[in-house]
Design a protein around this ligand. Structure first.
Ligand SMILES: [Cu+2]
Length: 208
């Protein structure tokens, strides 16, 4: 063999010195091919993990559920009377306004086992809404409504806080979800806001 033939690569003739030609596919080195396989396997694994978390386990990034005008939102229902609305058996909607530097309402009382859809917005600047010991954790952006749903299966107090620094009074922004044993919550205290609306709504429900 001449020196020129010794420098041959895959598919271009007899194997050169120490080069195992049978291991080469389309001229790709076995090591490189294995790294490519590993890369594809990892990508498949990551996409599968994300798909399982997102669709099977329901873990999703909270997006903007609705857009509102932050300048007029507090004059517009339902945000003019934030609070808890009963929408079904053990099903509630809680409209929460996060503003400098408080939450309205600062207390939400529900019977154990209730599913609460929490809608939060801000009329001024960016806040956060996180309920301790739950996976409820969302940004509150002016002009947008964040929506999270959670079922409270244990009795106790679940404080909620602002976790986005919003100025000197940031540390005073907190409230609490009080999950009480069944039967200890009467009809009136179940609604912490929008009393007249609730009565009107429940009347409508009865007539249907
Ligand atoms: Cu804050």
């Amino acid at each position: 063999m001449s020196n020129g033939e010794d420098l041959n690569v895959a598919g271009a003739g007899p194997a050169g010195d120490g080069l195992d030609e049978t291991a080469l596919t389309m001229g790709i080195d076995p090591y490189e091919r294995n790294w490519m396989r590993l890369t594809v396997a990892l990508l498949v694994m990551f996409f599968t993990t994300v798909a399982i978390a997102g669709f099977a386990m329901g873990i999703q990034v909270t997006g903007a559920y609705q857009e509102v005008d932050p300048r007029t939102v507090l004059d517009t229902e339902p945000w003019a009377t934030p609070g808890l609305r009963k929408i079904g058996d053990k099903e509630y909607e809680a409209y929460v306004v996060a503003q400098t530097w408080s939450f309205n309402p600062s207390e939400i009382e529900i019977p154990v086992g209730s599913t609460v859809t929490i809608l939060v917005t801000s009329p001024d600047l960016q806040h956060g809404f996180k309920i301790t010991d739950t996976n409820v954790n969302t940004m509150v952006v002016p002009g947008q409504v964040s929506k999270v749903t959670y079922t409270f299966d244990t009795v106790g107090d679940f404080p909620y806080i602002c976790h986005e620094y919003c100025g000197t009074g940031h540390a005073t922004m907190f409230g609490v979800v009080k999950v009480v044993p069944e039967g200890t919550l009467d009809e009136v205290s179940g609604d912490t806001g929008g009393d007249t609306d609730n009565e009107a709504n429940s009347d409508e429900d009865d007539s249907q």
